[in-house]
Design a protein around this ligand. Structure first.
Ligand code: CTP
Length: 437
């Protein structure tokens, strides 16, 4: 057991103040309701690994739902997802923090991969049903014992020795999604899967337990992997353990994708240090990279599995050829009119531009063009706006939109330098395209 003081110090150091206040409040509330309350799971693990904590898992020895109601009221938050059968609920605080509250419970699986049967229990039993020892630690937060670490399964030692270890031999059979989770935590923290755990993991794969998982759960887990700092390492592990072939024959992973993922991440870092660009979802970046080299049928099928819309699938389907065409144009060393740089780059989202940059050879030329694009071109606006054009006789619709694009292109190329010139241009444009007005 770790001494209480050490944990309190870690709590204070690693938990942002508003979460700390929340823990105190939850502890006091539990005292007043006469129940024991613990912080458990990933938040304790992250705390001990000195990682930043963003959400909280609380377990109540007693009625978790009643506690969640009281906590939501006390914090003026919102109570969501109340599952009476599982004794769980979520409290969303006013500043958007998610607090998962659960009654301590044991779960029985009728058959592998099935939803568990639930019985309310002690904290120890609750922790015992969990996936790995590193996720089965608890910190008591009732006021009197605030900060006491409960370590029934040597989780602290496994954290120190960087080991992923299951709590009992049927863990992967009870819930085969843990196969993915083991790999995810191993790669995220630079841990290794302990020998016997790895053997049981391999057995569960060989015995086909992954096939018992619903595709939604698998996709959700793959999505989690795409949110990891190095998803390519997780995917390499899945490949070596022959897991992809059990998910879908269409889901191909190879060295080329491995390299693409790394290049894309580096390109993003580089571009965001050089340019004033928006933040992105890495998950979307990796997913697009994974898909864009596949044939259209695979993009369609896998895209649908991952919940992409038809529009997104079509964009990814045409991305490879659009990127190659744009790279040829944008990396010529000779002069390129501003309007052409703009036309080529503005057809792509920033995520697509990262892919463009990561697969292009002549990166210097491309970077210089991306620089003017982000420094100047995206901000440049014609003097006339849509309303001005309506005032000049345009009807709202596609022709007006086209005229705005033409005004911008001509302005980019310094062919229109005043409002008067733009008005003349717009009237001319309207008279030439009268039929479409
Ligand atoms: N858990 C489990 N078996 C699973 C999923 C979750 O035992 N198949 C338990 C683990 O104790 C885990 C806790 O539920 O710590 C919360 O799960 P989750 O929020 O998915 O994971 P975290 O451990 O918080 O990890 P992450 O940082 O990826 O969210």
């Amino acid at each position: 057991m770790v001494v209480k003081k050490e944990i309190i110090t870690k709590i204070k150091r690693n938990i942002p103040n508003h979460i700390l206040q929340l823990l105190y409040t939850a502890g006091e509330l539990a005292d007043s309701l006469n129940v024991k309350i613990f912080m458990v799971g990933g938040s304790v693990r992250d705390l001990l690994l000195s990682q930043y904590i963003s959400d909280l898992d609380l377990v109540v020895e007693g009625d978790g739902i009643q506690f969640a109601y009281a906590l939501a009221k006390e914090l003026k938050g919102i109570l969501k997802r109340v599952h009476r059968r599982f004794g769980t609920a979520v409290v969303m605080t006013v500043d958007g923090l998610r607090v998962d509250v659960a009654s301590a419970r044991t779960e029985f699986y009728e058959h592998p991969g099935a939803l568990p049967n639930v019985k309310f229990s002690s904290l120890k039993q609750d922790l015992f049903r969990r996936d790995f020892t590193i996720n089965a630690l608890a910190v008591k937060i009732n006021r009197r014992d605030f900060g006491v670490l409960l370590d029934f399964f040597n989780g602290l030692e496994d954290i120190k020795n960087k080991k992923i270890r299951i709590l009992h031999n049927s863990s992967f059979v009870d819930d085969p999604i843990r196969i993915f989770r083991a790999i995810r935590f191993e790669q995220r923290f630079g841990f290794t899967i302990e020998k016997q755990t790895e053997e049981l993991l391999k057995l569960a794969v060989i015995d086909g337990f992954i096939k018992r998982l619903s595709s939604q759960r698998i996709i959700a887990e793959l999505m989690h992997i795409l949110e990891e700092p190095k998803p390519e390492e997780c995917f390499n592990r899945l490949l070596k353990l022959n897991i992809f072939e059990q998910i879908s024959p269409l889901l191909v992973w190879n060295e080329q994708f491995y390299d693409y993922f790394i290049k894309a991440r580096e390109s993003f870092k580089y571009l965001s240090s050089e340019l004033n660009v928006p933040q992105i979802s890495f998950k979307q970046l990796y997913l697009q990279i994974w898909l864009f080299k596949m044939d259209y049928q695979s993009i369609e099928k896998i895209g649908k599995m991952f919940g992409l819309s038809n529009k997104e699938i079509d964009r990814i389907g045409s991305l490879n050829s659009r990127l190659n065409y744009a790279i040829r144009k944008l990396t010529v060393s000779s002069y390129l009119p501003n309007s052409q740089i703009y036309a080529e780059l503005s057809q792509f989202s920033f995520i697509e531009q990262i892919i463009l940059f990561s697969i292009a050879d002549k990166k210097e030329i491309l970077l210089s063009r991306l620089k003017v694009y982000y420094d100047k071109f995206v901000h440049l606006k014609p003097n006339l706006n849509g309303n001005d054009l309506i005032g000049l006789g345009f009807k709202p619709g596609p022709l007006l939109g086209k005229c705005l694009v033409e005004l911008k292109k001509n302005k980019l190329d310094d062919k229109l330098t005043s409002r008067e010139e733009e008005i003349r241009f717009a009237l001319e444009f309207l008279s030439q395209n009268k039929d479409g007005a």
